[in-house]
Design a protein around this ligand. Structure first.
Ligand SMILES: Cc1cc2nc3c(=O)[nH]c(=O)nc-3n(C[C@H](O)[C@H](O)[C@H](O)COP(=O)(O)OP(=O)(O)OC[C@H]3O[C@@H](n4cnc5c(N)ncnc54)[C@H](O)[C@@H]3O)c2cc1C
Length: 306
């Protein structure tokens, strides 16, 4: 099938040593392969949401290195900050949520991204509810909300008290099973594979000690964070940054790496190539370098290649 080897790349500025494009020496063109329209890597809230949002006429494979639903998502506790009519303090607004977030970010936030976050929060919560997430409720059918640090109004929605992530994971796993999403568990993303034009055309997976190639029109990296790079972390053992590392080797959207957070979600700098649906993944996505969500400031940088 002949996917050519990618060029080596250099880190911008700080490093001069060329990075190998692949972790393994195995030639992807010689591996057994399957073909799908979209390969989603990771089965936390980002991966499951992405797989569920894809049009039904697309063939999808959701690959995850553990079991379905195993990830940081199930550990998320306090909840989701969202200004929504389903549970809103009377004097709250998306503008107030924006101001609070930028203030708490102390200059580290991308205001354009934060605006998307706060303005689309209501729709995102409604979508999760449609998928079966049961948020805690209070009188008159409204969603219960609480106050957390950095917020000037009580706007944190939660489920099962402080088991919000576990409830989201439960509902999304059930929805994925109901929708018949094709899943490969214990399938470890090793390398991304690029085509002649430099765009990602698939990935090498390791399953049960055997390597295989998935050829895909789009690859979505929803492989979570890298908390395990630090001595002290609340992240689970699988948050080892494998997807970011694979993207880094291929020089895609994972640069610059987002700063680690105690309990924040990872920003989504790029869209996968060929993505045409209305929904988007909420984790780093692999696609054509330089692609980005229309209307937002691109944070994707294509570093110089050698
Ligand atoms: C203790 C704790 C409390 C938190 N509390 C909150 C909170 O109150 N509110 C909030 O908004 N956020 C909270 N967070 C953060 C939130 O949980 C994460 O931001 C969110 O779950 C990330 O989802 P994700 O889908 O991107 O990643 P994950 O849920 O980590 O999923 C990553 C997936 O990728 C898979 N994967 C990784 N590498 C590979 C590979 N090489 N090959 C194949 N698959 C791979 C993993 O197996 C996993 O399925 C908390 C996090 C922790 C740890």
């Amino acid at each position: 099938m002949g996917l050519p080897e990618a060029r080596e790349a250099r880190l911008p500025g700080a490093r001069e040593a060329p990075l190998p494009g692949r972790l393994l020496a195995a030639d992807p063109a010689r591996l057994p392969f399957v073909e799908v329209d979209v390969l989603v890597v990771g089965s936390g809230v980002a991966g499951l949401s992405t797989a569920l949002a894809l049009p039904p006429d697309r063939s999808v494979l959701l690959a995850t290195k553990g079991t379905l639903g195993e990830g940081a998502t199930r550990y998320a506790q306090g909840g989701i900050a969202a200004v929504t009519p389903a549970g809103r303090a009377p004097d709250d607004s998306a503008g107030s949520h924006l101001d609070d977030t930028l203030a708490a970010g102390a200059g580290l936030c991308d205001p354009v991204a934060v605006r998307v976050l706060v303005e689309e929060a209501d729709a995102a919560v409604a979508h999760l509810r449609r998928l079966g997430v049961r948020f805690d409720q209070e009188g008159a059918g409204l969603l219960a909300r609480t106050l957390e640090g950095g917020h000037s109004r009580p706007r944190i929605l939660h489920a099962g008290g402080d088991a919000t992530g576990a409830e989201i994971e439960r509902a999304l796993v059930a929805a994925a099973r109901d929708a018949g999403v094709r899943v490969a568990e214990h399938a470890f993303l090793v390398d991304l594979v690029t085509g002649a034009d430099g765009a990602v055309g698939g990935a090498v997976l390791a399953e049960g000690g055997a390597l295989s190639l998935v050829r895909a029109g789009a690859v979505v990296l929803a492989s979570g964070g890298a908390g395990q790079l630090w001595t002290d972390t609340t992240n689970p053992a699988l948050s080892t940054g494998d997807g970011l590392a694979a993207a880094l080797r291929r020089w895609l959207s994972a640069w610059p790496l987002p700063a680690p957070t105690i309990s924040g979600s990872t920003p989504a700098p790029c869209r996968p190539s060929g993505w045409s649906g209305a929904s988007r993944p909420s984790s780093p996505a692999a696609g054509r370098p330089g692609s980005s969500r229309p209307g937002t400031r691109s944070r994707c940088r294509r570093p110089p290649t050698t």
